[in-house]
Design a protein around this ligand. Sequence first.
Ligand code: NAD
Length: 302
Amino acid sequence: MRRNVVLLGAGVMGQGLARHFHRAEFQVAVVDKSPVALERMKHSLPELTIAQDLTELSDEWKSPDLVIEAIPEILALKADLLARAEAFFSPHVLIASNTSGLTTADLCRDMRHPERLAIAHFFNPADVIPVVELVASAQMPAERLQQLADLLRASGKEPAVLRRELPGFVANRIQHAMMRECLHLLDQGVADAETIDSIVRWSLGVRMAFTGPFAQRDLNGLDTHLNIAHYLYPELSAARTPSEILQAKVAEGALGRKSGAGFYKWDQTTLARAKAAEAALEALIRQETQGASGVAQQGEQD
Ligand code: NAD
C-alpha cells in the first residue's frame, strides 16, 4: 500500500516537500489557505490532492502516515493550526512541524496531546538536501520518534535525532554563528561580500561537502586548533544584535533573490548561473548519498 503524507503549507518549503514525497512515491495532500499557492503546486504536480482548509479533505486523508506543518514562522499561527490538526487527524497520526527554530514546548501550547508532536526540520530545497533534524516533544515516547525517523529514511532522507531541544537546533545555530562573523567582516570593511563568498566557498565550503567540522579538525590536529582558538576567540564577533548592514538591507527591501537584490543583484544571467550551480549540487548530493561515504573521499586538507 502506498504511504501518504499531508503537508500544511504550500510555500517555499511545502513545494520542496511535495516534490520529495511525490518522488518517493507517497500519496501527497497539500492544505494551504492561499488559492494561488495551491494553483502553483497543482500546476507542477497535477497528481496532488489540494485543499484550502483541513475540513475540505475527505475521510481517507484522516489517517495519513505523517502530517508536516510548513506555514510561516509565526508562533500564534503555528500553535493554532497544530491544535486544529490534532483535532482533525486520527489520534495515532504523528504531527511534525518544520519550524526553523521554535521549540515544541511553545508549539504544542494549545494541543491536548503534545506526545503527537515532533519537529522535523527540513532544509531548503527540501527535495534536495538530505538531512532532517528531528526533535521530540518532551511528552513523545522515544519509539514514536524512531517511527518518524524510519519513515523519513524510507523516503530517502537522512534523519538526525537531537537528544534535547534548544532554539535553532544544530544547523541554524552554526549557520547564524558563521553569518554573524561574515557580517562583522563586512561591517568592518575587511572584504566585500563577493570576496568573502569566494574565500568561504573554495576553502571551508568545498571540504564541508565531504566531511563534517569535527572530522575535519581531526585531520588538522586538535593541538593546532587549540593554539589558534586561544588567540582568536577574543577577536571574534560576539554581537548580541543583528548587523547594521543586514538591518539596512531588509529595511530598504533588498531581501535577496525573491526581491531581485540582496548582497547581489539578481537578473536573468546571475539567476541562470545560480540555478546551474544548484543543479550541480543536486547531482553531487545524489551521487554521494547513493554511493560511497563522503568522509572516505577526503584528501589532505588544511
Ligand atoms: P512561505 O511563506 O513560503 O509559505 C508558507 C505558506 O503557508 C504560504 O503558502 C501560506 O499561504 C501558507 N499558510 C499560512 N497560514 C496558513 C494556514 N493557517 N493554513 C494553511 N496554510 C497557511 O514559508 P516557507 O519558507 O515555506 O517556511 C515554512 C516553514 O518552514 C517556516 O516555519 C520556516 O521557518 C521553515 N523553514 C523555511 C526554510 C526556508 O529556507 N524557506 C528552511 C527550513 C525551514
